[in-house]
Each structure stands twice: as C-alpha cells, then as structure tokens.
Ligand binder design. Structure first.
Ligand SMILES: NC(=O)c1ccc[n+]([C@@H]2O[C@H](COP(=O)([O-])OP(=O)(O)OC[C@H]3O[C@@H](n4cnc5c(N)ncnc54)[C@H](O)[C@@H]3O)[C@@H](O)[C@H]2O)c1
Length: 378
C-alpha cells in the first residue's frame, strides 16, 4: 500500500480558479495521493472532472456530508487523512467544522470563514480535535518571502519603522460597471463571499503577509473603503491604516478596480538599518536597501539564504520559483505536521492566521461603516 498521505478535495473542479494550484502542489514533493472528493455540486460535472484527471470515481461523492459518512466507514489505513476545502467562502465553515469533528486534518482556502464568530467556533473545534489545520495564504510559501521573514527575525532591518503593502488587481473593473456580470459574480454576493470582497479576498493576504514577514501583530485598523455603486454591497477597493505592536505604523492599499493591474502584490518594510521590497509578479527577487549602500538583490537557492527559504527551493539558483512552488511548499510543511515530523512555524499558515484574518476583515469593514474610526483587533 502507498505510504502517501490520502487527500480528498472539496471544490476545485474544472471550472475553478484555484483547483489546479492545489492538485499540482499536492503532487510536487510526492507526499500526497488524491483519492476522491466533491469537485462540483453538479453530479455529472463532478464525475466527468474526476474521470478527466484520471481518478477512479468510486470515492467521488455527491456532497461533503456523504463524503464524510462514507469515508469514516472505511478502515483507517484506507480513509482520507486530510481534506482540502477549495469552494466559495460560505462553505468553508460548515465543511471544516464537520471534517474536524470526524477526525480529518484540514487544508482550507482563505478567508477561513465568512464571520469572525464562525472562525472563533472553528478554532475551538480544532483545539478539541487536535488535528492539523492549514489556511492557504499561498504567498507565504515563496522562498524569498520566507527569506524576508528570517531577515527581519535576524535583525537585518533593525527596528521596523514603516510598513507599506499594496495588493492591486483590476479584474473587477469590467464586472462592476455591468449589472448583469455583477449579479453573477459570487465574490460580490454577501451570502457566498461574506461581508467583504476586496478586503476579504486580497486585503487579508496583505494583512497576513505583514504579520508573517514582520513578526508584528496588527493591533488597530482605520479604513476607507470604496463601493462605487450604491446598490453594490461589497467593497472593491480600500485603504487601511494599521498600527502594529511596538508602535509601528503602516498602510495596506488593496484594490480590485486598479484598472489594468494583474496581481500586483508589493511588500515594503523599512527599518532603522535597512528596507526590504518584494513584488509577487517578480517573486524571485528581494531588494535589500541600506543607507548609503548599493542596492542588493537576493535570489532563491543561494547558500546565503536561510534554511527555511532553502527548504522551499528545489533546483539550483537560476531556476525561477513560482506560485505553484509556493503552494507546494505549504503542502510540504503540512505533510510534515501530519506525519508528526519536526517543521518550522513558517512552513504553513495555521487556523490561528485564518482566525486573525477574519478579525482583520470584520474590523476593517466596521471601521469604514462607523465613519472611518480606529478599531481594535483582538
Ligand atoms: N490562496 C489564494 O491565493 C487564492 C486564490 C484564489 C482563490 N482562493 C480561494 O479559493 C476559494 C475558491 O476560489 P475560486 O476562485 O477557485 O472559486 P471558483 O468559483 O473558481 O471555484 C469554486 C469551485 O468550488 C466548486 N463548488 C461550489 N460549490 C460546491 C459544493 N457545494 N461542493 C463542492 N464543490 C463546490 C465549484 O464547482 C468550483 O469548482 C475561495 O475561498 C477563494 O477565496 C484563494
């Protein structure tokens, strides 16, 4: 019998954006075997997709309740061990809760839930189950993002004094001005997406990145969100002032109406001694800026990088690492946790990151709704 971890997948069907990223990531280090799932709520599409990816269909189920019921009947050495949840946001909470209650490890897409209350409840359930729970803030898996985290930890920047993170996309621009397209986009529907579109979808990546790289918790937010149309209930752009631990101030600028932008996620952190800059669309470079010194450019695979960064680099320097590699590194860390092997806390974001992300989303929306006031995070 294969020693690979038996993985089930919920969502991520042929019609999805994120499914392929998870399937490739799961196969990257030969740690997982996809054994079944529910890829699509429409039965014919569910089965035909499984066939298309070469999966035997006897463990393709009609819904997640059936998956759990049938899988727990299997002997433990055949049963799925971990399930990836890749559905629209409103399904994350009911799926993850029931999976934890039935003894499965969980890999869940962000945002963790649709409300902070659900996230708190899920955290309690996870503590009781003691199962591994990863939240796929994918960008933390890039080797050079991991390197930035270690550089900050080692004091290369000195005391941090300014944080500026931009996450600009333009894809909602053609949607938002067209009422028909607006109505069919689930990210703009509160019942499927939660209380926020832009902040929930990408602002939360920026927030998580700040805590991941700087090691500082964000304590307060003050936001100014943009909806463009009165009948649009979901933010599609926003600026969030942040105050972090140790009095550090900064800003998150997130937009899905930054016309023409693709996935321009840019992280800039400045300290007393140096600044660092990283751009997602060019993820193999970290720029180190020191007073009075020539600019330094750090790249993956070189021995000057930290163990955490090198662990996420598969080939010698000069072979670019991309988004699939970043997700693959997260899956690799989760595999270590499931097998009970030692791992670095930077290898994958946990339910705690997902929970803090939900706190951030709710307080950011509340700040704007209450007239752009400072709101505390827990
Ligand atoms: N980590 C990242 O960088 C990143 C990037 C994109 C999306 N996401 C997250 O991934 C999730 C999915 O986003 P997407 O863009 O792939 O959405 P999508 O609409 O493209 O795909 C959703 C998939 O879920 C399936 N689905 C819907 N209802 C289902 C059900 N009841 N049971 C089983 N499957 C069901 C759909 O058939 C489809 O295959 C969201 O939570 C989103 O926030 C994360």
């Amino acid at each position: 019998m294969s020693s690979k971890i038996r993985l089930g997948i919920l969502g991520g069907g042929g019609d999805s954006l994120i499914g392929v990223l998870h399937r490739v990531a799961a196969s990257m280090f030969d740690q997982y075997q996809i054994v079944g799932g529910v890829f699509n709520p429409v039965w014919d599409e569910n089965v035909s997709f499984a066939e298309k990816i070469g999966l035997p269909t006897h463990r393709v189920y009609k819904d997640f309740e059936t998956l759990i019921r049938e899988e727990v009947r299997l002997p433990e050495n055949e049963r799925m061990q971990v399930i990836s949840i890749l559905t629209p946001n409103f399904l994350h909470y009911p799926m993850a809760k029931k999976l934890l209650e039935n003894g499965f490890h969980v890999i869940c897409e962000k945002p963790l839930t649709t409300t902070y209350e659900e996230a708190l409840d899920l955290k309690k359930t996870q503590e009781l189950s003691n199962n591994v729970f990863a939240v796929t803030y994918t960008y933390t898996g890039y080797p050079m993002v991991r390197q930035m985290r270690k550089m900050v930890e080692e004091g290369v920047l000195g005391k941090i004094q300014k944080i500026d993170v931009q996450y600009y996309q333009g894809w909602i621009n053609p949607v938002i001005h067209d009422p028909a397209k607006r109505a069919e986009t689930w990210r703009l529907q509160p019942e499927k997406s939660g209380i926020s579109c832009c902040i929930g979808d990408i602002g939360t990546h920026a927030y998580d990145m700040i805590e991941f790289v700087s090691g500082l918790q964000v304590n307060k937010v003050l936001s100014d969100l943009n909806y463009l149309y009165e009948d649009n209930k979901m933010d599609i752009d926003g600026t969030v002032l942040i105050r972090c631990a140790e009095g550090v101030k900064g800003v998150i600028r997130a937009s899905q109406i930054a016309t023409g932008e693709e996935n321009s996620f840019v992280v800039k952190i400045y300290g007393e001694k140096a600044g660092i800059k990283w751009e997602q669309e060019n993820p193999n470079y970290v720029y180190l800026m020191e007073d009075g010194q020539a600019l330094k450019v750090l790249k993956p695979g070189h021995l000057y990088n930290s163990d955490l960064s090198l662990d996420g680099t598969k080939l010698p320097p000069g072979h670019p690492e991309g988004i699939f590699d970043a997700m693959g590194n997260i899956y690799k860390g989760v595999a270590r946790a499931i097998k009970g092997e030692p791992y670095d806390s930077g290898e994958f974001p946990t339910i705690m990151d997902g929970l803090r992300g939900m706190n951030f989303i709710e307080q950011t929306v509340a700040s704007n709704a209450e007239g752009n006031v400072w709101k505390d995070l827990d």
